[in-house]
Design a protein around this ligand. Structure first.
Ligand SMILES: Cc1cc2nc3c(=O)[nH]c(=O)nc-3n(C[C@H](O)[C@H](O)[C@H](O)COP(=O)(O)OP(=O)(O)OC[C@H]3O[C@@H](n4cnc5c(N)ncnc54)[C@H](O)[C@@H]3O)c2cc1C
Length: 370
């Protein structure tokens, strides 16, 4: 764990970039990372579940299987532990909404303009050059387009014709999307004093999306300022699993809302059996299914990361296609397992490619040539 805690995600510049400030890994950082490298193949060869099975205790087996999900390679498990142990596994203050608002504010300060509430129908491509986006039939022209919607769905849905290049075919073929159903409760009881994260085996499994969930994990936000009124607690639970087709079928047969309510009620009951102080105290609940994520994000099956299995061959997909100029891709899908670090780094890379193509200096404020 000590060795892995010294590993860093390299944030470097693309080749041939003009930049105000070069980014590179110092020799010291590389040397600190070296001791972990010989250990990596050992974890990469086994899944988190297989790693858990090396322990005799059933409790530990379940723990290792459920922290990041059973199918991830065990490397992701060790990275998660090491990140937390190093004290660098924090969360954004105020939650994801506050973080997004801070990013929007920064973009605004830099001179960017955000047009909210608009859904791009297609990216306009003329003579092999991206020249804007089409919204409600109107072309909004631009010198370049950076697509930050999930690349896996964008390559099929956001262009007049699907993008077919060797890397897009690979992405379609090998991606194992990570999906969840998210249950949120507002409980009229203060759960301060209980751990922030809890996992337990309920008396009977929770049925979620037609599958049995044997282990329930909850986040207890008691003590988090502003998450719930005084004396109350916000509690969430992410049930990992691909229930997209199940949810879609419920939508089509008209039982989607009933199914969501049943899930929430079953969950509330299971929670009250474990924590009796929560019984009859749930004031509000909400359930987000993969269809909810799909509606908000337009991502493939409503997924938000990629399962980096032991079979997965690590690859950073290109930030730009071969056959369309002035078009760039960024976002979690460009490198498994995705998540915020990849979303940020791939966004940075996309802008670097744009700067290089337009003869601009990265990190310096200037307009691209018309
Ligand atoms: C419960 C949960 C827990 C997570 N925990 C972690 C964690 O601990 N660590 C971590 O690193 N990651 C975590 N993630 C994953 C992380 O949130 C995502 O990987 C990340 O937010 C992806 O960012 P993105 O910018 O690539 O994509 P998105 O956040 O999906 O952004 C794409 C944006 O494009 C917009 N869009 C799509 N189509 C269109 C269109 N046609 N027109 C206009 N706009 C469009 C969408 O509305 C969306 O705002 C978690 C996710 C969930 C759901």
């Amino acid at each position: 764990m000590k060795r892995f805690a010294k590993l860093n995600m390299p944030v470097t510049d693309i080749k041939g970039l003009k930049t105000k400030k070069k980014s590179f890994m110092s020799l010291g950082t590389i040397l600190r990372m070296l001791p972990a490298l010989p250990k990596m193949p050992y974890y990469a060869r086994q899944s988190a579940k297989e790693y858990g099975m090396r322990y005799k205790s059933e409790l530990l087996q379940r723990l290792f299987e459920n922290i990041i999900g059973p199918d991830y390679s065990a490397t992701a498990l060790v990275f998660t532990f090491a990140t937390l142990a190093s004290g660098d596994g924090g969360y954004p203050e105020g939650g994801s909404l506050s973080m997004a608002l801070r990013m929007a504010k920064k973009f605004d300060i830099l001179g960017g303009k955000i047009r909210y509430g608009m859904r791009v129908n297609t990216v306009s491509v003329r003579n092999g050059i991206a020249d804007g986006v089409v919204v409600d039939g109107e072309l909004l022209q631009s010198e370049a387009v950076i697509v930050t919607r999930d690349t896996l769905s964008a390559i099929d849905d956001l262009f007049d014709f699907p993008i077919r290049e060797p890397w897009t075919e690979r992405m379609r073929k090998v991606t194992k999307p990570l999906l969840n159903t998210f249950i949120c409760l507002g409980i009229e009881v203060d759960l301060e004093g209980l751990p922030e994260k809890m996992g337990f085996v309920p008396m009977r499994p929770l049925m979620c999306g037609g599958k049995e969930e044997q282990v329930i994990k909850i986040c207890n936000y008691a003590g988090y300022e502003g998450y719930a009124p005084k004396g109350c607690t916000a509690v969430t639970s992410a049930i990992i699993g691909d229930t997209y087709d199940y949810s879609k079928a419920r939508k089509e047969d008209g039982t989607y809302e009933i199914e969501k309510e049943k899930l929430a009620k079953d969950f509330i009951k299971i929670l009250s059996e474990k924590l009796p102080q929560t019984a009859e105290k749930t004031a509000v609940w909400d359930v987000a299914t993969p269809l909810t994520y799909e509606r908000y994000l337009g991502s493939f099956k409503g997924s938000w990361m990629t399962v980096a299995t032991k079979e997965y061959k690590m690859e950073y997909y290109p930030s730009k296609p071969e056959n369309i100029r002035n078009l760039y891709f960024a976002g979690q899908r460009l490198r498994a397992p995705g998540g915020l670090p990849v979303a940020l780094d791939s966004g940075r890379r996309a802008v670097q490619f744009l700067c290089k193509d337009f003869g601009m200096v990265f990190g310096q404020s200037e307009k691209p040539p018309a």
